[in-house]
Design a protein around this ligand. Sequence first.
Ligand SMILES: [Zn+2]
Length: 414
Amino acid sequence: MKLEKYSFGTGDRFGQQGVAQLKAVRMAAERGVDIAIVWNKSHREHVIVGTSAADVRQEADAAVKGSRWEGGYHVDADHIGLDNVGQFVDHCDFFTIDVADYIGEKAADDDISAFVEANQQFTDSLKIEGLERAIRVSPDQLRSIAEKYLFAIKQAALIYDYIKAEKGIEPFITEVSLDETDAPQTPEELFFILSAVAAYRIPIQTIAPKFTGRFNKGVDFVGDVDRFNQEFNDDACVVNQAITSFGLPDNLKLSVHSGSDKFSIYPGIRSALERHGVGVHVKTAGTTWLEELIGLAEAGGDAFTLVKKIYRQAFGRYEELCGPYASVIDIDQAQLPSPDEVDLWGGIRFAKTLRHDQGCHDYDSNLRQLLHVAYKVAAEYGSVYLEAVNTNGEIIGKNVTTNLFDRHLKPLFI
Ligand SMILES: [Zn+2]
């Protein structure tokens, strides 16, 4: 099973917007750009929402069948580890193996020595096709890269082997993610990480490194855009070189996590794709749920009343909701509008405040980030929330499709 050159992870917290999401991908196809859609959901999301991987598979299959979609689609077991992969195996054909927690744990001395020995040929001066500068890694630096990453990649191999054993002959796509850590990986490190991936025989098709800058949930990139552009460009070259040097799958590509709404880096990603003819996987997770809230606010009446109740609870449960996401949000709590104030707003005002339109002066990134992590509150409303979403399916669907197509797929690919 080969992951398509361009793929986009949509996520869908409540599993109601598959058709609306697919519509955006179809609009891209109608413009001549084939993008595979990937429904990704992590263990954490499943626990909070009360769903399982089987639900995602059902949603994906139903949306694809109902829309007569003939393009690529996959169901991604997002950020799995050995402790939870079992629940995903039967229902997913895409596995994002997350080993970021193991970065820095040292492998056995013998493993490290063997790795250093095998990669000796790449030290001193390494010419990477497409890169202006030669990569220089001394034997000592190579050893410290091995000490930092080899154990993590060995863990990834353990998880891959488990999936492979469970799946038997059934094909699947493997991604390795290292993004949920503090320090970005340099192109040099990425090269040797991929060397380790090949040494442990993981047929990886996408890799999610930690890039420079902050990838906060649902808002734009925060950091040095030029530096990101350079790094993404270099990483794309490294990936291509790794395919040749290590015999990794020839469709191997970079994966950008928390990729939603990173408007300021989309042009840089796009130009790297064009320059090097490479593909990319962009993963988003919680943005569709925000479009549900926007649609409910626009619908007004009871639907908007429910949105205001959700906001009031989110505001009151700030620590609880934001705690688990502390490293991927930046909220100025003092700037959040009070629930009493929001109660006086109309639905259109609320929608404008939440929608990620940086040109709109009502837009508020604090409120947006708080609601991004507040899906737990909506999940607690259970069928009340789902009924509201389904009753207002048309207006919500329009927002979901427009958000994906106009703000994401278009600037990235079209
Ligand atoms: Zn990630």
